[in-house]
Design a binder for this molecule. Structure first.
Ligand code: SAH
Length: 199
C-alpha cells in the first residue's frame, strides 16, 4: 500500500483526517443556523464536485490502491518537509478561521439570519483566511504525495473554485454590508495580509 511507503504519505493522511474532523466539529456546533440567502449556480456545483474528486477521492485512491501508479514521482526530503510545514500552518489557520467566523460559516455562498461582518482574529488583515488555509493544505498534498496526479489535483481544482468564487462572495458581502465591507476591503488583503496595510 502506498500509504505506508513514505512517512509523508502517512503524515498527509493524518493531516487530512484532522482537517475533516475540524470541519465536522464546527458543522455540528452551528447545525440549524438559518440561511437568509443562498447564491449557488451551476458553475459552483460543478467546481465543488471537481474539488471533492481532486482534494478527496484522488489522494485516497492513490494511497489505498495501485491504480494511479502511472503518475508516480519521487520527491526529495525537502519537498516532504516543506509540505508537512504547509499542512501544519494550513490546519492551524483552518481551525482559527472557523473559530473566528463562527455561525457565519457555510460551504457555499450564503448569508445567515443575523449575519455579522467578521473583521477580528485571523480576519483582521486577510479577508479570506479560510481559503488561504485550504490552499496551504492543497500545496501540502502536492508536496507530500509521491504522485503528480493525486498530488496536484487538489491545488488545481481548489484554485479554480476559489478564483471563480471570490468575486461573487465579495459582491454578496458588499450588497449586504455596503460601505462597511468596502472599508474592510481597503485595509485588508484577499488571501495574504496587505503590504504596508493595516489601520
Ligand atoms: N471566504 C472566507 C469565508 C469562507 S466561508 C474565508 O476564506 O475565510 C463562506 C461564507 O463566509 C460566505 O458565504 C460568506 O457569507 C461568509 N463570509 C465571508 N467573509 C466574511 C466576513 N468577513 N464576515 C462574515 N461573513 C463572511
Amino acid at each position: 500500500l502506498n500509504v505506508l511507503d513514505h512517512w509523508s504519505h502517512l503524515a498527509f493522511l493524518v493531516g487530512f483526517f484532522v482537517y475533516m474532523r475540524t470541519r465536522h466539529a464546527f458543522e455540528a456546533r452551528f447545525k440549524g443556523t438559518e440561511s437568509l440567502e443562498r447564491r449557488v449556480d451551476r458553475v459552483e456545483l460543478v467546481t465543488l464536485v471537481a474539488v471533492s474528486l481532486g482534494a478527496g477521492v484522488l489522494p485516497l485512491l492513490f494511497l489505498f490502491s495501485p491504480w494511479l501508479a502511472f503518475a508516480d514521482v519521487s520527491l526529495p526530503l525537502w519537498c516532504e518537509v516543506l509540505g508537512a510545514a504547509s499542512m501544519l500552518a494550513g490546519l492551524w489557520l483552518f481551525w482559527r478561521s472557523h473559530a473566528d467566523l463562527g455561525r457565519q460559516w457555510s460551504v457555499t455562498l450564503e448569508l445567515r439570519k443575523d449575519h455579522q461582518l467578521v473583521t477580528r482574529g485571523v480576519y483582521r488583515r486577510v479577508r479570506h483566511p479560510m481559503y488561504t488555509a485550504i490552499l496551504l493544505v492543497g500545496a501540502a498534498q502536492g508536496l507530500m504525495l509521491h504522485n503528480a496526479l493525486a498530488g496536484w489535483s487538489g491545488m488545481a481544482t481548489l484554485s479554480v473554485l476559489i478564483a471563480l468564487r471570490l468575486p461573487k462572495e465579495e459582491a454578496m458581502l458588499v450588497d449586504q454590508f455596503g460601505q462597511d465591507y468596502r472599508d474592510y476591503t481597503a485595509r485588508t488583503g484577499r488571501l495574504l495580509p496587505r503590504l504596508g496595510g493595516g489601520q
